[in-house]
Design a protein around this ligand. Structure first.
Ligand code: NAG
Ligand code: NAG
Length: 228
């Protein structure tokens, strides 16, 4: 059934909220926010796991009051000399990277595009069922089938390939520009700790059980992509 994901409800709610209150969105403390960047690609199992199990906490919490979250959908894809983009595990992955890039462009608000991307990474087969209304669907389709998606992906390629130090695998998470390496799953306490601004720390920072159990590193290495 379309719209069956619980994120859709959150999404629709947020869409109404954001459109009603968009004048008030830019708070004075925005420049002090902790910069959290996720370099990932669609359909990468560990990226899916990270997005749907960990990053999703951002949607249900108040962490964005102190966090400037950027999603960069490119990952281990490659740009050929003629500016063609190729993806590990093929076309579908490139396609969903582009759809997600278009969603970020259509909904610059983090909660909106993160809700959509979470839904897509959960359902994977039918991204259109994650779009709440025909107007947005048209915007994303127009972006995807036009030159804009390619321009966006080349920009994300540039951001990914310019990383210092270079990304070694995906998901690759940086906090204020520094890679978290295998600690990416612990981004919540790390963000809370890094925040030096004037806002009160969000409630999610109070939780005593923040640090999750260390598990085996779950990533897709850059070099793996060359073997497919
Ligand atoms: C780009 O280069 C690749 C590899 O050389 C080739 O397979 C592909 O057809 C080229 N694409 C275009 C649009 O020229
Ligand atoms: C990214 O873009 C900048 C500015 O256009 C350019 O100087 C740089 O070489 C690009 N980097 C990569 C890795 O493509």
């Amino acid at each position: 059934m379309a719209y069956s994901s619980p994120y859709m409800l959150v999404f629709i709610f947020l869409a109404c909220f954001v459109f009603a209150f968009s004048d008030n969105l830019v708070a004075p403390g925005d420049s002090e926010k902790v910069k959290l960047n996720l370099y990932y690609e669609s359909l990468c199992p560990y990226c899916q796991k990270f997005i749907t199990e960990d990053l999703v906490k951002v949607i249900d919490s108040d962490l964005l009051t102190i966090t400037d979250l950027k999603l960069v959908p490119f990952g281990n894809a490659e740009v050929l000399d003629n500016n063609t983009i190729t993806c590990q595990h093929g076309e579908e992955k490139c396609k969903l990277n582009a759809v997600q890039a278009c969603a970020i462009s259509t909904w610059p608000d983090t909660l909106l595009h993160l809700s959509f991307i979470t839904c897509v990474e959960e359902t994977t087969k039918d991204w259109k069922s994650c779009v709440p209304d025909p107007t947005s669907l048209k915007a994303i389709n127009d972006c995807y089938s036009g030159d804009l998606s390619k321009k966006l992906i080349l920009e994300y390629a540039n951001q990914t390939l310019s990383l210092e130090p270079k990304h070694e695998y995906v998901p690759w998470v940086t906090l204020n520009g520094e890679p978290l390496y295998e600690n990416y799953g612990d981004f919540v306490p790390l963000v809370c700790k890094a925040y030096k601004g004037k806002e009160a720390l969000p409630e999610i920072c109070d939780s005593s059980s923040l640090s999750r159990k260390k598990s085996k590193l779950q990533v897709s290495f850059v070099e793996d992509s060359k073997n497919y």
